[in-house]
Design a binder for this molecule. Structure first.
Ligand SMILES: Nc1ncnc2c1ncn2[C@@H]1O[C@H](COP(=O)(O)OP(=O)(O)O)[C@@H](O)[C@H]1O
Ligand SMILES: [Mg+2]
Length: 217
């Protein structure tokens, strides 16, 4: 098991958002989370991704007890173990594709040479190597999203978390991004938790989890 979340609670002010969520994910699994807007999907993903802290509950990723890590330890853990892909790619506009992919590796302390070599390999694997020197504004939405997947992969994370990754893509680019996730799972045994409204993706996932009103069904 690569992730185990037990009895996760989260409120914003007086408003309860997560009401005791339990989730276990195996290595190499592709899990979709579906549910109406406001159900708490993004909140759960942020807590699993250590971007936000649960009010109560336990979270283990790769056997590390996340709920008891200090803030500094948490940043280092996030950098090495978790890759994020968002609906809007969040690439830095003033940097090239290659530089964007390298940033998490630089933060981890890899040399520029090592980082660029790995980043180029990933851009090739994802079919966007010819865009390496381009800035985000010079790429299509589908290409930008592939670059952000490369960025998510560069530190060989334990798990990739994606929040509506194809929400901003046309159906052809969406399908191609979804196929890429399965390819990465098949070739690298990569694990994914993906919040999605895309029925095709939910349908081909290993498991689909339904969220409603702060709970998983
Ligand atoms: N930082 C925040 N402060 C206050 N309320 C929030 C915050 N983030 C999310 N919420 C509220 O929590 C609920 C669940 O949000 P979210 O997890 O984004 O749902 P989903 O991703 O399923 O659409 C919503 O009612 C939203 O308004
Ligand atoms: Mg959301």
């Amino acid at each position: 098991m690569i992730l185990k979340a037990s009895n996760i609670y989260k409120s914003y002010g007086e408003l309860p958002i997560l009401k005791g969520v339990n989730l276990e994910v195996d290595k190499g699994e592709i899990v979709s989370i579906v549910g109406a807007s406001g159900a708490g999907k993004s909140t759960l993903l942020h807590i699993i991704g250590t971007l936000d802290k649960a009010d109560k509950g336990e979270l283990y990723i790769n056997d590390a007890a996340i709920h008891s890590l200090s803030a500094n330890a948490l940043s280092a853990f996030r950098n090495e173990h978790i890759g994020f892909v968002f609906q809007f790619h969040h690439l830095l506009p003033e940097f090239t594709a290659l530089e964007n992919v390298c940033i998490p590796a630089y933060i981890k302390g890899e040399t520029h040479a090592q980082s660029e070599k790995k980043a180029m390999e990933l851009l090739e694997l994802l079919g966007v190597a010819e865009r390496a020197k381009h800035k985000p504004s010079q790429m299509s939405g589908g290409e930008q999203q592939r670059v952000s997947v490369a960025r998510a992969l560069i530190n060989n994370p334990s798990i990739i978390l994606a929040d509506e990754p194809s929400g901003n893509l046309d159906s052809e680019n969406a399908s191609s991004l979804h196929n890429l996730f399965f390819h990465l799972r098949d070739t690298m045994h990569q694990t994914f938790i993906i919040v999605t409204h895309n029925e095709e993706l939910a349908g081909i996932s290993d498991r689909t989890i339904h969220m409603r009103d702060g709970l998983i069904y």
